[in-house]
Design a protein. Structure first.
Length: 269
């Protein structure tokens, strides 16, 4: 009975992964299709990748996306880390419950509501009509919560006596934070930064309401092109994004495994 159950669980897992990754595999396959129509396979070719890098509009959109992602990640990581540490040190009660609710609110608010509200905010107060900075600030508003929640989850498990011991040994408040607290929450900070980067580079709805002339991001460019049909160029840039993401995940996994082995060897030594 147990062996049959394990087979059913394995079959379910395989079916799940096939359902999840089959569309991506088809997209990667057709990025090498020697035809502008993705519905028919005409043969293998690599010509769409040089064509892709010769597309100035696409390269410009990719550049804007990276600029926005870097700005939003830096700001959201700094503010989210400080916010998460602050909320973690609040005691349970009305203040803690209210802070948790306010922290979760941007995560559960529909993106179209956030996009419209940010558009009205920038238009009424700053007469903004779309720019890289406007998109970056918009991305920061929904990325902070993710960073803060991840850092908070790590910070609540820390022993406050460690930082108090550093203070007793003569460290300043900033020194205790820099040399004790920050290294302990560094994995959570890195995870929050990666989540913020993924959210920023992938966002479409909020960006649509806050983009202007010359500030079109890669998701906006792809969306504007696929309305007239999916081309091999779109498949090619999507394949590159998938490949870069896979390599980044592999590097992060190997770095985490190496760090874990070093930590265990340090403890045993």
């Amino acid at each position: 009975m147990r062996r049959d159950r394990n087979r059913w669980l394995a079959a379910t897992a395989i079916a799940f992964f096939v359902f999840l990754y089959l569309p991506i595999a088809v997209l990667i396959l057709f990025s090498f299709n020697d035809s502008k129509r993705n519905f028919l396979w005409r043969g293998f070719t690599l010509k769409w990748y040089p064509t892709l890098f010769a597309n100035d509009a696409l390269i410009q959109a990719l550049t804007v996306s990276l600029q926005v992602a870097v700005i939003s990640v830096v700001v959201a990581t700094v503010l989210g880390t400080l916010l998460g540490l602050g909320i973690a040190r609040l005691r349970s009660g009305a203040a803690g419950g209210a802070s948790d609710m306010l922290l979760l609110l941007p995560m559960v608010t529909p993106e179209i509501v956030m996009g419209v509200s940010l558009l009205l905010f920038f238009a009424q107060l700053f007469d903004g009509h779309g720019s890289i900075w406007q998109i970056s600030i918009a991305h920061v508003t929904f990325s902070i919560s993710y960073v803060a929640i991840i850092v908070r989850a790590r910070a609540v498990s820390l022993d406050p006596r460690v930082e108090e011991a550093a203070r007793d040994l003569g460290a300043s408040p900033f020194g205790a934070f820099l040399h004790v607290t920050l290294p302990l929450v560094a994995p959570a900070v890195a995870a929050g930064a990666l989540i913020a980067f993924a959210l920023s580079i992938d966002d479409l709805i909020v960006t649509t309401f806050n983009a202007g002339v010359g500030s079109s991001t890669l998701p906006l460019y792809i969306y504007s092109r696929i309305r007239f049909g999916v081309t091999p160029e779109i498949n090619a840039i999507s394949t590159i994004v998938v490949a870069v993401t896979a390599v980044a995940m592999l590097v992060a996994w190997r770095a985490g495994a190496f760090g874990g082995r070093r930590a265990r060897s340090g403890i045993l030594g």
